[in-house]
Design a protein around this ligand. Structure first.
Ligand SMILES: *Cc1c(COP(=O)(O)O)cnc(C)c1O
Length: 478
């Protein structure tokens, strides 16, 4: 018999030696677990454990433990893991402020309180308390947004992609949307302007080239089939060198002459000028509207610093038609988002306290010296012995805005740089991700950098505890 055949034969014998589900359930470990968690969970975990073992034996994977005790321990680990939510807080030490994979903006305290209240109690979401009759959920957001944006009317939907879909479907279904080839962007993999246009029922009418588009190009494309002119902020990339684009003012003029609406996707939704933070200029919704754009849209969870949402602002006629579109119902914001957005926007009324109250602005605006002081606290928190073991030191670093905003902006920051105490740095990073308080950093050369611009002071003790646990090899997994 070939060695492989012998292994399979031995495997068959071992398959017969697999313990029963019942024998696992009778172990003290799983009996005790059964007093705390639903029986179906324990039984399910025991079955999964045995199925995985059977599979491994069939494939001839060596070194499978067959004892009832070790299998019960594995089943217990599976059951406990299946009970813990998979969505959990993580410590963002990547230095990317609006990290899309980590949920973009963290909310201001006022917004968190508003969400909690809206979740716990009934609210007057769609009831006008004055008349006792049905009201609009937008009534809670519209006055404040109109005030902040200087807009005649606003509408809020699930996210900016939804805002674009609604606006394009309302204004350009069955018609052409005229757009520069330099504006045909992709944001984060699944949001591509040409595809959204197609799904909205509009026909793409590209003009100009990737790097140069002139007013003449737009003029030549406008005709009886034109539904709108579209401008999209290239938020996640930059075209440098031999480039030319049409200014907003020129497009506004053209749209007026041609009597077609101009829709602008401004992207990040910054409500204030961030140049005093040392950041590049970013288009503001307010400016787009003041310049005469008919309709502008942006995200709520990027530079605005609020919850995921899409803000549409523009003329009353444009907003009314968007609201009348049956698609608006499918894209509407829920009450928790509405509460969080309203509370965040209220903070913008007071420029004095704004920077401290909105976490995104606080992170972007914090002086580098304060970031460095936090990094030093982390190194001290490791204790002398572990700091020496990992060669922990504070180094200058650069943070990023992220979330597809300001791709060229570099925010001066400081990071704690550590070496893996043993093995590869990738395994060290993995163990930090898999611990009870996951920490995300970035690997540079053979060191793990923990950028402190995106870590709050209040997270420092948890960050230190996670580091100490993994450096001491108490990670358990990884
Ligand atoms: C981020 C972004 C979007 C997508 O916004 P979501 O709120 O994530 O749907 C669309 N357009 C531009 C220009 C963006 O920067």
């Amino acid at each position: 018999m070939s060695p492989g055949g012998a292994r399979r034969n031995g495997g068959r014998e071992r398959l017969r030696a697999i313990p029963s589900v019942e024998s696992l359930l009778r172990t003290p470990s799983l009996t005790e677990l059964g007093t705390r968690v639903p029986r179906s969970v324990v039984v399910g975990a025991a079955r999964q454990t045995l199925a995985a073992l059977r599979d491994a034996l069939r494939r001839g994977v060596p070194g499978q433990a067959l004892s009832v005790e070790s299998l019960a321990a594995e089943a217990r680990r599976r059951a406990e893991q299946s009970l813990a939510p998979t969505l959990k807080p993580v410590i963002n030490a990547t230095g990317v402020v609006l990290h899309t994979h980590l949920g973009r903006a963290t909310l201001p305290e006022a917004a968190i309180a508003a969400v909690t209240a809206a979740a716990r109690w009934y609210t007057n979401l769609e009831l006008d308390l004055e008349s006792g009759k049905r009201g609009s959920r937008m009534a809670h957001l519209e006055p404040l947004l109109c005030e902040l944006l200087g807009a005649p009317a606003v509408h809020v939907v699930n996210n900016n992609a939804a805002a674009m879909l609604l606006a394009l479907n309302t204004l350009a279904a069955g018609r052409e949307a005229v757009i520069s080839r330099g504006h045909l962007v992709e944001i984060g993999g699944s949001f591509r302007i040409p595809e959204i246009l197609e799904r909205a029922g509009a026909t793409l009418r590209e003009v100009g080239t990737t790097n140069r588009t002139r007013l003449r190009d737009y003029e030549r494309a406008i005709g009886p089939k034109t539904g709108l002119l579209l401008r999209v902020h290239a938020s996640n990339f930059a075209i440098v060198g031999f480039s030319e684009s049409v200014s907003r003012a020129d497009l506004v003029g053209l749209a007026r002459r041609a009597r077609v609406p101009l829709l602008e996707d401004v992207g990040s939704g910054a409500l204030i000028d961030l140049r005093p933070f040392g950041l590049p200029e970013e288009p503001l919704l307010k400016e787009a509207l003041a310049d005469g754009v008919s309709l502008a849209c942006a995200s709520g969870d990027k530079l605005l610093g609020g919850p995921q949402a899409g803000i549409l602002a523009g003329t009353k006629r444009m907003i009314d038609s968007c609201r009348a579109n049956p698609m608006a119902r499918a894209l509407r914001v829920d009450k928790l988002t509405l509460a969080a957005l309203d509370a965040t926007l209220r903070l913008y009324r007071d420029p004095e306290t704004l920077r401290g109250a909105v976490p995104v602005l606080r992170m972007l605006g914090e002086p580098a010296a304060a970031v460095r002081a936090r990094a030093r606290r982390v190194v001290r928190g490791l204790g002398a012995e572990l700091a020496v073991l990992t060669g922990a030191e504070v180094i200058a670093s650069t943070a990023e805005v992220g979330g597809g905003s300001m791709p060229l902006a570099r925010v001066p920051s400081h990071a704690v740089s550590v070496r893996a105490p043993r093995g590869k740095v990738a395994d060290f990073a993995r163990a930090l991700r898999l611990g009870p308080d996951p920490v995300l950093g970035r690997i540079e050369a053979d060191r793990l950098l923990l950028d402190m611009r995106t870590v709050a002071n209040s997270e420092v003790p948890r960050l230190c505890a996670s580091l100490v646990r993994v450096i001491r090899g108490e990670g358990g997994q990884g």
